[in-house]
Design a protein around this ligand. Structure first.
Ligand code: BTN
Length: 246
């Protein structure tokens, strides 16, 4: 992946670009990278701010031969690759907050947004968008307690090209493992090692109830297994709840 790179000095959103590239028949593994986005998208309809030339905004176009129901697992493959690459590049204790936030010292460092175009039984394409706060020196008041950057954590400027190359290197390894079984069984251990919530008490904010549970880690489908206080185990599906530290 990342052999075919399309670079934009400025664009609306690399996810939008990668989707268009997908429509136009660009090959699997094409990477859209921008120095700045004017309409960056976050999850749950939020916007993703842009800091020109200081961050990484990129989207990977994938055309995997898997069932559409498995496509969300690719987000966890990406989370693993991003966490591992950032750890290797900086030596920081980078972790994953299930399902796909990348955090360090309790603050968010990177986010991942996966979008896809599917038919009932096959995938046209999947786009995995990755936003990483690299050399940002200051965050706006509203997010300065919850967001951080590689610069703020290490005190050094980090070369974006090196980070991108390292992410692609890990992504290739992890994607191959994912395709071998078409689920996360070969990545489960690696992912769980990186999981910040693991073996910790978490608060599950469900639709009907909120409860405390003990996070055990993901299963091969990428769902979070938790143990409730009465000892019963439960599977938490992405999107269904948000998991907060207690
Ligand atoms: C989140 O809400 O945590 C996900 C943020 C994803 C942001 C990235 S930046 C590159 C790509 N293009 C977008 O418009 N969004 C993703």
């Amino acid at each position: 992946a990342g052999q075919n790179i399309v670079y934009y000095a400025e664009t609306d959103s690399t996810n939008i670009r990668a989707k268009l590239l997908g429509e136009e028949g660009a090959p699997h593994g094409t990477l859209a990278v921008a120095d700045m986005q004017s309409a960056g998208k976050g999850r749950r309809g939020r916007t993703w701010a842009s800091s020109p030339g200081r961050s990484i905004y990129m989207s990977l176009l994938l055309k995997p031969d898997i069932s559409p129901v498995k496509a969300p697992m690719l987000t966890l493959v990406a989370a693993c690759a991003v966490a591992k690459a950032l750890k290797t590049c900086t030596g920081l204790e980078i972790q994953i907050k299930w399902p796909n936030d990348i955090v360090v010292n309790g603050k968010k460092l990177a986010g991942i947004l996966t979008e896809m175009s599917t038919e009932i039984d096959y995938i046209n394409y999947v786009v995995t968008g990755i936003g990483i706060n690299v050399n940002i020196e200051q965050f706006p008041e509203e997010i300065k307690d919850t967001a951080t950057s590689l610069f703020l954590e290490t005190g050094n400027t980090v070369k974006r090209a090196l980070v991108i190359a390292e992410i692609m290197r890990f992504y290739e390894i992890y994607y191959a493992k994912f395709m071998e079984t078409k689920d996360l069984s070969l990545l489960q251990e690696e992912y769980n090692r990186l999981l910040v919530n693991r073996n910790r008490e978490v608060r599950i904010l469900g639709v009907k109830e909120t409860y405390k549970a003990y996070a055990l880690g993901i299963n091969p489908s990428g769902e979070l297994l938790v143990r409730r206080q009465d000892g019963t185990q439960e599977v938490i599906y992405a999107g269904e709840v948000s998991v907060r530290g207690v």
